[in-house]
Design a protein. Structure first.
Length: 202
């Protein structure tokens, strides 16, 4: 009898001398014998085909089995494990510095001391003329919208309640523009008209 190698998953045995492959005869449960089956050269049954294994996916699955469900561990258990990084230390220092600076400025204001040079520089940077022009531009825009809505209303178009409120505020906008030195059209008043308005007020 020729020497035989070990069988595969499918039960195929290879004859080492001849190289022939076959499934040896076997005994069925009812007592009858199953004949030996010859396997053609090159054939690999599905049982013997190696399954591709994705190593990163396998490692991820194994990690899940080792660690358990993510987030299942308590927060108190996680906190001691966290190591303080350089960035977190830096951020903590910044927060403390901000708190101290805020407490210092609040104390200065309460004590009646002058604000720092940076704060006074910010206050000096704000030009009153620029602020006045900015406010006038905003009022002019609102006045223009109100006039357009008024024309629509006069044309017979229905307005929403908030649009009607804008139309009602027209006179108030004109008064604010007048106080800033602008006429009803939003144009700057000439010096003569400003002086006349000041005399009228007196």
């Amino acid at each position: 009898m020729p020497s035989q190698a070990t069988s595969t998953n499918a039960g195929i045995v290879t004859d080492e001398n001849s190289g022939e492959r076959h499934i040896p005869e076997s005994l069925r449960a009812d007592g009858t014998t199953r004949k030996a089956i010859k396997i053609r050269p090159g054939y690999r049954p599905p049982e013997d085909v190696e399954v591709y294994k994705n190593r990163p996916a396998e490692a991820f699955r194994e990690r899940g089995r080792r660690i358990g469900i993510p987030g299942a561990m308590g927060m108190k258990e996680e906190q001691p494990e966290q190591k303080s990084s350089a960035a977190s230390n830096k951020n903590a220092k910044r927060r403390e510095a901000r708190k101290k600076a805020k407490a210092g400025t609040d104390g200065d204001v309460a004590a009646g001391t002058k604000p720092t040079t940076a704060e006074s520089a910010k206050a000096e940077d704000v030009d009153p003329d620029v602020e006045r022009d900015k406010k006038a531009r905003n009022l002019k825009k609102k006045l223009k919208q109100a006039k357009e809505l008024k024309n629509k209303k006069e044309g017979g178009e229905a307005l929403l309640p908030e649009q009607i409120a804008k139309v009602i505020k027209m006179n108030e906008l004109i008064r604010e523009l007048d106080a800033l030195g602008f006429d009803a059209e939003g144009e700057p008043k000439s010096n003569d008209s400003v002086k006349m308005a000041e005399k009228d007020e007196v």
